[in-house]
Design a protein around this ligand. Structure first.
Ligand SMILES: [Zn+2]
Length: 256
């Protein structure tokens, strides 16, 4: 008999309460939960406890995608403090504060894909810098400063963004890649063409890259002052792909 895994999509507080009641009563249902996808705008403290209880029922979960707007660091820490999924391989969030995630990520060394949103910490530091390398991490996406410490020898695909304060953290990322001898084959990263150091450093640190995507980052103020960029309205619009010409490296433009 085929084995089915359920995706539990939580979009309202009522969803949390309904699924929590079902999971509490049915061992069979709990065993079928393969993924939680949570998309909520706001949670009270009691809702955080309810959601944590529901998530804890998913002991066979392999994928977790959680986005909650306006979740405080304290709430985030409380939500994740007791969660442990023996089979978790993929974790994704665009909204959660990283301060509440460091211990959760450290507890799940089996994760192979991690996607992180913008860092909530201004400046060069992030709570995720205290985590160790994840030995099975194959793909990671996030700001340079947030993902550098997670990279391990197993990491093949990296999607690196500049920080919310426009800081380029690629020297730390490249150093980590060299230190752990990661076999990175795909690298997508933001950079600025005025930085003449980036390409020599990239070539030295990542000799095995076969797919490279460089996304030109133009500071918002600069872009707004430029005649050709006046129509741009958000940070993402300031980014554009540019081709690179490096022997042995195949060019992939953004969106491919
Ligand atoms: Zn961060």
């Amino acid at each position: 008999m085929p084995y089915f895994q359920a995706v539990i999509h939580i979009k309202t507080i009522a969803d949390i309460q309904i699924y929590r009641r079902i999971a509490k009563c049915s061992v069979t249902f709990r065993g079928k939960i393969g993924m939680f996808k949570v998309e909520l705008t706001r949670l009270t403290s009691s809702n955080v406890v309810e959601l944590g209880t529901l998530l804890a029922y998913g002991q066979r979960v392999t994928m977790l995608s959680i986005d909650i707007q306006a979740l405080s660091i304290t709430q985030c820490f409380r939500l994740f403090s007791n969660l442990r999924f023996p089979n978790l391989t993929c974790f994704s969030t665009q909204t959660l504060p990283h301060e509440g995630l460091d211990k959760f990520i450290s507890r799940h060394p089996t994760m192979s894909v991690i996607t992180l949103g913008p860092c909530n910490r201004v400046g060069p530091h992030c709570a995720l810098q205290s985590t160790g390398a994840l030995q099975q991490l194959e793909e990671v996406r996030g700001e340079f400063k947030c993902i550098s410490n997670l990279v391990s020898r197993a990491t093949h695909r990296i999607f690196a963004d500049v920080s919310t304060t426009h800081e380029f953290g690629y020297p730390e990322l490249f150093k980590k890649i060299s230190d752990v001898d990661a076999g990175v084959r795909l690298l997508s990263m933001e950079f600025t063409p005025s930085d003449t150091e980036v390409m020599p450093r990239l070539a030295a640190a990542l000799p095995g890259v076969s797919t490279l995507r460089l996304v030109q980052f133009i500071d918002g103020v600069t872009a707004l002052n430029a005649q050709s960029c006046r129509h741009f309205t958000d940070k993402r619009a300031y980014r554009q792909s540019i081709p690179v010409d490096i022997p042995g490296i195949r060019w992939h433009g953004a969106g491919t």
